[in-house]
Ligand binder design. Structure first.
Ligand SMILES: [Zn+2]
Length: 469
């Protein structure tokens, strides 16, 4: 009998590894290496869907069933997307909507989205996950708030389960249609009883609170424009009862201030607090227009925020001062937002966008590549209440990671800091992308068997929704 030896599933060698992203300033890399947050020329071992161990090449690595030679490439934790509306890739760059304000854009698209069914929801989720994987995203939430037919979230979870993608479904909702002073048409809203009972059904069917879960469920009324005060309260109570996360849009648009004052007699954040949402289980999308005092109150309450850089810029709204929010101790994650507003679901690009926006706003020292990567990993993991297991690569973490494709041309000459080079000199895409230790991208190619069949079906569904056939 040979001596007992540790043997793991997968060993990645010859890599520059970021176990945990943080740091700024000219000595950020040296500090990260000295603190063991990064490893130059190292290996990382994965076993049973978890990070087993990591070390420099000077230390012996465990034996492995499979060895991937990273060829000196950068390895980071998988990026985490915390705000999206995947179904919207069925109306990407829809010509009649592209140059309007947020409200005009929504009003043009709602009637189109009324055609959503299980098939188109499945297809759009499948495409969205494949697209996200290419950009190094390994976990996504999705805010699905249009429910013209039942069981659309079931169709989403069918797609993410088939792919093997880590997913937090957000049971979104709308109750206030045009006739009640809301924005959406009646065909896409639901009554409160239907929403609450479907929320409970989804939690009991799909929410897995266990460590290493592949599917979780959060509750997510769309925004104060489209849901009643009572459903906000009832949803917060239901989330408490089942211990699930809460998500909504908050302070995304300047018009929201006027609307909230007119309809609720309060500012948006005051309303949010009054309906029982200022808790650590809430994360909010955008959060651009909070006052300094409101920012402090929400940070103290443990609420976290998601910045969606491309969406903010393409809709020409303002954008959150992520640096200021982070300095208050509020985690800020990154989302790509709906495909129809940002027209792209690329989390690397959004991470770069967050870095650019922070610097554009607050000067060149405002955000390093490591801080932006920290937003897309640790910040986003905090949004989802999943910090222990995702967003870093310390032993015991979920084996969700990216070996980034080397880019000989765009990174030519970027020699002094692989993390800054990665974010400044892109675009970057995943060379290997592993979720729970399983490669969903191998040697730059998606391994998703159904994709060739899904794409033409998605094209047909999108054309039908856009009235093009
Ligand atoms: Zn959104």
């Amino acid at each position: 009998m040979p001596p007992a030896q540790t043997r793991v599933d997968t060993l990645i060698t010859n890599a520059y590894i970021v176990l945990e992203a943080s740091g700024a300033g000219t000595d950020a890399q040296q500090q990260a290496l000295a603190a063991g947050r990064e490893i130059d020329d190292g290996w990382i071992a994965l076993d049973a869907g978890r990070v087993h161990s990591a070390g420099p090449s000077t230390l012996p690595a465990p034996a492995a069933a499979r060895v991937i030679d990273a060829g000196g490439r950068l390895v980071t934790p998988g990026l985490v997307n915390t705000h999206h509306h995947m179904y919207q890739n069925l109306t990407r760059a829809f010509a009649p909507a592209i140059n309007g304000t947020l409200f005009a854009w929504l009003s043009t698209l709602y009637p189109r989205w009324a055609a959503l069914d299980e098939e188109s929801t499945y297809l759009s989720t499948y495409v969205a996950c494949a697209e996200l994987l290419l950009s190094g995203c390994t976990t996504s939430s999705d805010h699905m708030y249009v429910h013209p037919r039942p069981n659309l979230i079931d169709a989403q979870i069918k797609a993410t389960t088939e792919i093997g993608f880590r997913f937090m479904a957000n049971r979104g909702s709308m109750t206030r249609s045009v006739k009640d002073g809301g924005l959406p048409p009646e065909s896409v809203v639901q009554d409160e009883e239907t929403i609450l009972s479907d929320s409970e059904r989804l939690i009991s069917s799909f929410h897995d609170p266990a460590p290493g879960a592949m599917t979780r469920v959060a509750l997510a009324p769309c925004s104060m424009f489209s849901v009643s005060e009572s459903i906000m309260r009832a949803t917060a109570e239901l989330a408490e009862k089942h211990d699930v996360r809460l998500h909504t849009h908050l302070a995304e648009d300047k018009d929201e201030d006027t609307y909230a004052l007119e309809v609720y007699g309060r500012r948006p954040v005051e309303y949010f607090e009054d309906v029982g949402w200022a808790t650590p289980r809430s994360w909010v999308a955008h959060y651009v227009y909070g006052s300094a005092e409101e920012n402090q109150r929400l940070a103290a309450a443990g609420v976290s925020a998601t910045q969606c850089p491309s969406s903010n810029m393409i809709l020409a709204g303002d954008t959150a001062d992520a640096q200021a929010l982070r300095s208050l101790g509020m985690p800020v994650g990154i989302g790509c937002d709906g495909s129809a507003s940002s027209d792209s679901a690329n989390l690397w690009m959004e991470t770069r966008g967050a870095m650019l926006l922070a610097r554009y706003r607050n000067g060149p020292a405002a955000m390093s590549a490591r801080e932006a990567l920290s937003m897309a990993t640790a910040g986003s993991a905090a949004n989802l209440g999943w910090s222990e297991e995702i967003g870093h690569l310390h032993p015991g973490a979920c084996a969700d990671l990216v070996i980034w494709e080397s880019a000989p041309l765009s990174q030519a000459g970027a020699l002094t800091d692989p993390v800054e080079g990665w974010l400044r000199s892109g675009p970057a895409r995943g060379w290997y992308v592993l979720v729970a230790g399983t490669p969903l991208i191998e040697s730059g190619e998606l391994t998703l068997r159904e994709l060739a069949d899904v794409l033409p079906r998605h094209a047909a569904a999108a054309a039908a929704m856009q009235g093009l056939n």
